[in-house]
Write a protein of this length. Structure first.
Length: 337
């Protein structure tokens, strides 16, 4: 029996997606734009110390960009698979884009990326993708503020589709439990170890109260508090930070007292039941993730950096476009006309 066209296209698409990852390479712009990576690094180093919190938001942007997936099977066009393709940067047009999805409403740094893009375009018009700029600036900002350094093979091309619904459905949320987190990470070819390590980026993050205030005031809809959250910590948050459930302006550190340092302190908070989000607490609700947290705490900072680097390098290659796929946008917020 002949295989249907649907499944033929599906297999071809999956093979194409797998092959694109191998086409990324270190120093991709060595001949086409030899100064590209230095331009990006110089800009980051020049400005990140004036706004060190951008390191957290740029790595979050990279994460949110890579986690969105899409394939329009109705027209059998698997070429529109999306991953790390800078689709998070596109503005909404006749359809709402990822940028306007609830998980991305608090993402910042778009202007920062645009400024880098303008510098690179002035040097090498139409050569360096917005997707590579996101990946490189995330790495450079973390390294510039004292965090880990990792390899960023380049050659990504930019996508032309950005869909609010896909971002809403694909990006892990603060309220997700371990089962949902495992599924969403698994959808992207990431495992539980990657989940634990990439969650470690919360060591430099901040959050608005509304992202977790239900844990303080209305966890099950009965005006109760999340029992998995340390009671002393919860009381402190209610007294000094999030004084009501609707507070959407107060900022809270994800890793109190250590949010400017990329270290193991976040995992200490998790073990003490002081992880700010339900997704942080969820790491204790699976024997594998719990054991991994313990292993990291018993290891060295250097080991954490090395393991984190492996996971984020892996994440940065999710469903990338290379070769003739996608395009090199002239402006990161718009597809080329």
């Amino acid at each position: 029996m002949k295989m249907s066209n649907y499944f033929k296209v599906l297999i071809l698409c999956l093979l194409a997606v797998a092959s694109t990852q191998a086409q990324l390479q270190l120093g991709f712009y060595t001949y086409s734009c030899p100064s590209a990576e230095q331009i990006i690094q110089n800009f980051v180093h020049e400005h990140i110390h004036n706004a060190p919190s951008l390191a957290a938001t740029l790595i979050r942007m990279h994460f949110h960009d890579c986690f969105v997936r899409w394939c329009w099977f109705e027209t059998l066009e698997c070429a529109s698979f999306k991953g790390c393709d800078a689709s998070i940067l596109l503005n909404s047009t006749n359809k709402q884009a990822e940028k306007d999805a609830p998980p991305n409403l608090t993402v910042r740094g778009f202007d920062f990326i645009d400024r880098i893009k303008s510098l690179v375009e002035a040097e090498c018009p139409g050569v360096v993708s917005c997707a590579d700029i996101i990946a490189l600036s995330a790495r450079d900002s973390i390294a510039a503020t004292g965090g880990p350094y990792w390899k960023v093979p380049t050659g990504r091309r930019d996508g032309v589709i950005s869909n609010l619904v896909e971002a809403r459905n694909s990006i892990p949320a603060p309220f997700h439990n371990i089962t949902v987190l495992q599924t969403l990470f698994g959808n992207q070819g990431l495992d539980l170890k990657d989940l634990v390590l990439l969650s470690g980026a919360h060591t430099i993050g901040i959050s608005l109260c509304t992202s977790f205030s239900n844990r303080l005031y209305n966890f099950t809809g009965k005006g109760d508090q999340d029992p998995s959250l340390d009671s002393e910590y919860a009381e402190n948050l209610k007294t000094f930070k999030c004084k009501n459930i609707n507070d959407n302006t107060t900022i809270v550190e994800m890793d109190p007292g250590s949010r400017k340092t990329f270290d193991l302190s976040y995992y200490n908070q998790v073990v003490k039941r002081r992880g700010l989000f339900e997704s942080d607490s969820a790491l204790l609700n699976n024997p594998v993730t719990k054991a991994l947290v313990t292993q990291l705490l018993h290891g060295s900072l250097e080991n954490f950096y090395a393991e984190f680097a492996k996971s984020i390098e892996k994440m940065g290659q999710i469903k990338v476009k290379t070769g003739s796929q996608g395009e090199i946008r002239k402006h990161c917020a718009f597809v080329n006309s």
